[in-house]
Design a protein. Structure first.
Length: 115
């Protein structure tokens, strides 16, 4: 069974940085495209970034230049480096592992950007 366990969220001041991690178990990690999503109450889930098994990345325009997605296939881990954080980045961040016919979500981690 595939499990995704996230860590790294918290409270940070505007302009600060955080790094989120998502460790995948029970799967051939390199076969999965990994994504990061942001959930805000009352809004649809936003796609933040994604990275394929071979390392091709995509970051949504709203976060491009500030957020970076990366993965370490040897550690079965995907990261989201979040820099120059803004209050509007606040939300619950979830990781997603996908390959054709399969999708698995992490438990989410709260990021709050506030002074």
């Amino acid at each position: 069974q595939v499990h995704l366990v996230q860590s790294g969220g918290g409270l940070v001041q505007p302009g600060g940085s955080l790094r989120l991690s998502c460790v995948v178990s029970g799967a051939f990690f390199s076969e999965y495209t990994m994504g990061w999503y942001r959930q805000v109450p009352g809004r649809l889930r936003d796609k933040v970034a994604s990275i394929t098994g071979s390392g091709d990345t995509n970051v949504d325009d709203a976060w491009k230049g500030r957020f970076t997605v990366s993965r370490d296939n040897a550690k079965d881990t995907v990261y989201l480096q979040m820099n120059s954080l803004k209050p509007e980045d606040t939300g619950d961040y979830l990781c997603l592992a996908t390959r054709p016919g399969e999708a698995y979500w992490g438990q989410g981690t709260q990021v709050t950007v506030s002074s």
